[in-house]
Design a protein around this ligand. Structure first.
Ligand code: 0A1
Ligand code: ZN
Length: 848
């Protein structure tokens, strides 16, 4: 049996469990501090079993255990129990007592605002009862719930519902991490959906009384997702009922429990008055994500947690396809790449770098990362690009047919593609095993009407990948004539060697290349190209992603020059951008993305990348100067742009209206610099939706003219917890660097700062972590405040604490003084007695 010291688990040590489970019966007698859980589990030894019967169990009070009806006394420790068992099949029964009201870690069975709910992924079921809590043990569950609550829910279909007792049966075998139970005084927003083969499915979105008005959008997103999965992947829903529950205290976004999705209320509740366009988009995407897990995650699950990307990478890929279909594909792609670079590239370039399929971990909760999720999705996008849409669809059909009901591996996944296409994916598999972001250099050559592009790929050796090998990299490329006309349409260049050339014949003039269109692979393009090249692509590229990328590159290079040598903002960039902004044939959402500058962390990364030490204050100032330059340079354009993008119809969170609002609100900030805050104040005063109200408040705060608005916002929204999260967060986000820590500190004194609620904690400290110049302020106040609160939160909620530690992952790139200040704080946290396994693993990796 394992001892209490943190142990590293290795992929290579995988061993199947020695028993099958024919059925599981669970009985819950709910009580806040003394919930009784009775389990009755039918075990059948496999022929290969070594008869070592170990069940996971943590923080459980064992009341009684029986095998085939006879009492037994297992050996119990902090991780679980061991017991002698018969040679043949047997019935295991146990009764345990748990304390959901004191479960602040929000893992297992816990309470949130008077309701009971569960979170079992990854290893939370072991805090509910003794069980082989591993994803490759799948069984059919029947659950009886006893409790004085009007709503009693579990997975599957309802068997019986009476006052205070409910029984549920889930016919689909599942691993324990997909178990869920909810009990409370909730109200349902009900609807229904008929699947394409005619099954009528009851849909319910359960919320706290008072939140009924925030359900309609999530419900529509669910129905859209159900329809989309039928149309695009041929996947139908497979139970008579699909329930979603909104919970205020939740560590993540949402959870795909079979037939009973549990959502962070911020990821499902939405109304025009209280939610921004971004909130609506997030709700739609997360509803889709969790729903799509029903097939990619639940019907086909993971053999072990090293295979997490099997369900997550694929499901993120599917939800991004869904969003692209529902909204604008170009805008979605650009947003995803911004996010990928900010979160995944940062992870890959620092001490937390790991492969999409890690090979070891101490705490699996620390591996729900941008690498597993977002890079995992990029890998699937590349696979689809390489084999083509048709073969991808065939491979997916085969995947569902071959592996339905199984717990699978990445090898199983790749094999269906190999069997469908006849391709050898041995080299492709390196995307799953090698950590780090490949860097690509491009050179071109023009010689008697033959144009040659030569690519070199390089992956920096790292602890997990000491000896990197070349990967297969699909580089979508098109060529433009100097006139701006496209002469070679997009094609996939398959880079497989460390260095490789591709030739284009029959051209009459030297073309301008547009490479890595649509960001066809998660790599860093290192080519130092001439500024005219980027300016040309900004004006002419037919690929919307690369056109945006060209603008971004100009902005970045100008900011870098400003930081390095005090150069003025680049007029070429500003002129090019002015043309794009006034091009009304372009989607306003796209133009808003064009106007946005690369984030300050991205600029720090760019400097660090070439061996320079980023100065957060200098980066902040360059950003401010550039925004002022935009305001001045576009002064003539802005009023009309603002007016043209006012939405006249009733608020709808669709792509068209959201795009207009995002452009108008970006312009509002610039107008405020030119003309003062009146326009923003007017928008704040008259807004009938949160997007407009919050954007105006942000502009006012930035202009130091937001005091009254802040107060009236609080008065208006003090009883709405999701809106108040915005109020807390915005003040930190909009603070000047020197005031960030003080602002955050002051907010922690506010009576509504409920730090045990992860959303509220993240509102303040997630915003601090995201404020580049504020977190990295030269006096170390940002590091210290964050450390104080992580120390406070760790014993209460290790998972959220550990996730927030990622804020420190870039600490080594700054100057010696900042490094010393940060190291002091890291060491202070590490010295805390009984630091959780989650947090100590993260900090040990970060501290190095
Ligand atoms: N599977 C969920 C993510 C998730 C993971 C862990 C959680 O609790 C610790 C909660 C949710 C998803 O991908 O949406
Ligand atoms: Zn997921």
């Amino acid at each position: 049996m394992r001892d209490a010291a943190p142990q590293t688990v290795y992929l290579k040590d995988y061993k199947p469990f020695g028993y099958d489970i024919d059925s599981v019966q669970l009985d819950f007698d709910l009580s806040p501090h003394a919930t009784r859980v009775k389990s009755r589990i039918a075990f059948r030894p496999k022929p290969t079993s070594d008869r070592r019967f170990f069940l996971h169990g943590e923080q459980l009070k064992l009341i009684a255990a029986r095998i085939d009806g006879a009492p037994v006394t297992p050996q119990v420790n902090a991780q679980g129990l061991m017991c002698d068992v018969p040679d043949g099949p047997f019935i295991w029964e146990a009764e345990v007592e748990i304390d959901p009201a004191n479960n602040t870690a929000l893992e297992g069975l816990y309470m949130s605002g008077g309701m009971y709910c569960t979170q079992c992924e990854a290893e939370g079921f072991r805090k509910i009862t003794y069980y082989p809590d591993r994803p490759d043990v799948m069984s059919v569950f029947t659950v009886r719930i006893n409790g004085p609550h009007p709503v009693l829910l579990s997975n599957g279909n309802p068997v019986s519902q009476a006052d205070g007792v409910a029984e549920w049966h889930d016919p689909w075998p599942k691993p324990a991490y997909l178990f869920a139970l909810v009990a409370g005084d909730l109200v349902a927003h009900a609807d229904e959906f008929t699947t394409k083969s005619g099954r009528k499915v009851d849909l319910n979105l359960y919320v706290r009384p008072g939140d009924e008005g925030k359900c309609a959008f999530g419900m529509q997103a669910l129905k859209d997702s159900m329809k989309w999965d039928e149309a695009v992947y041929g996947r139908e829903y497979d139970l008579d009922i699909f329930n979603i529950v909104a919970v205020d205290d939740f560590n993540m976004g949402a959870m795909e429990n079979k037939g009973l999705n549990v959502f962070n209320s911020s990821a499902v509740l939405a109304s025009p008055e209280t939610s921004t366009d971004m909130n609506f988009q997030r709700v739609e995407a997360i509803i889709a994500h969790e729903y799509f897990h029903n097939w990619t995650g639940n019907r086909i699950t993971c053999r072990d947690w090293f295979q997490l990307c099997l369900k997550e990478g694929l499901t993120v890929y599917r939800d991004s396809q869904f969003t692209s279909d529902m909204r604008s594909a170009a805008v979605k792609r650009i947003g995803d790449v911004i996010d990928l670079r900010a979160r995944q590239f940062a992870e890959d370039q620092g001490p937390l770098s790991h492969p999409v399929r890690p090979e070891s971990f101490q705490e699996i909760n620390n591996f729900y990362t941008a690498t597993v999720y977002e890079k995992g999705s990029e890998v699937i996008g590349m696979l689809r690009r390489l084999v083509g849409a048709q073969a991808y669809a065939e491979a997916l059909d085969l995947y569902f047919e071959r592996h339905d009901g199984q717990a699978c591996t990445i090898e199983d996944w790749l094999k269906v593609f190999e069997d469908t296409t006849g391709r050898d994916l041995g080299q492709f598999k390196r995307w799953y095993s090698q950590a780090g972001t490949p860097r690509i250099k491009v050179e071109d050559n023009w010689n008697s009407n033959t144009y040659t592009l030569t690519f070199t790929q390089h992956l920096k050796p790292s602890a997990t990948t000491p000896d990197p090998k070349p990967q297969v990299i699909p580089i979508v490329t098109g060529l433009l004539a100097p006139s701006g006309q496209e002469v070679v349409a997009s094609r996939v260049l398959e880079l497989t060697e460390a260095q490789q050339s591709f030739t284009f014949e029959g051209l009459t003039e030297r073309p301008v290349p547009s490479v890595l269109r649509g960001f066809s692979a998660p790599v860093i393009l290192e080519n130092k190209r001439a500024q005219e090249h980027a300016a040309f692509l900004l004006a002419h590229d037919t690929d919307p992603f690369n056109r945006w990328e060209a603008g971004r590159e100009l902005a970045r290079d100008s900011l870098l020059a400003m930081i390095r040598s005090g150069a003025a903002p680049d007029l070429g960039y500003l002129d090019g951008l002015a043309k794009v902004l006034s091009d009304t044939t372009l989607d306003p959402a796209y133009r808003a993305l064009m106007l946005a500058l690369p984030g300050q962390t991205d600029i720090a990364t760019a400097l660090h990348d070439v061996g320079e030490t980023p100065d957060p204050d200098a980066i902040w100032s360059a950003h401010e100067t550039m925004i002022e330059a935009q305001a001045t340079h576009f002064a003539e354009l802005l009023p009309a742009l603002f007016a043209q993008n006012q939405v006249r119809e009733a608020y709808r969170p669709n792509a068209a209206q959201s795009g207009q609002r995002s452009l108008a609100n970006a312009v509002l900030r610039l107008l405020c610099l030119n003309d003062g805050p009146d326009r923003a104040q007017a928008q704040f005063d008259t807004a009938d939706n949160m997007t407009q109200q919050l954007a105006a408040l942000a502009v006012l705060l930035r202009a130091n003219a937001g005091k009254d608005a802040l107060q009236s916002f609080e008065t208006q929204w003090k009883s709405d917890r999701l809106v108040m999260d915005k109020w807390f967060g915005l003040q930190v986000m909009q603070a000047a660097p020197a005031d960030v820590a003080e602002t955050a500190q002051a907010l922690t004194q506010h009576p509504d700062f409920n730090w045990k609620n992860p959303n509220r904690f993240r509102a303040v400290f997630g915003s601090l972590a995201a404020h580049h110049a504020g977190l990295n302020s030269a006096d170390g106040a940002g590091y210290k405040l964050l450390a104080d609160w992580l120390i406070k939160l760790d014993p209460v909620n290790p998972q959220t604490t550990a996730r927030m530690c990622a804020a420190f992952q870039t600490w080594r790139r700054y100057d010696a003084e900042r490094q010393a200040l940060c190291a002091t704080q890291l060491d202070r946290i590490l010295a805390v007695p009984d630091l959780s396994r989650d947090t100590s693993e993260m900090l040990e990796r970060i501290r190095g």
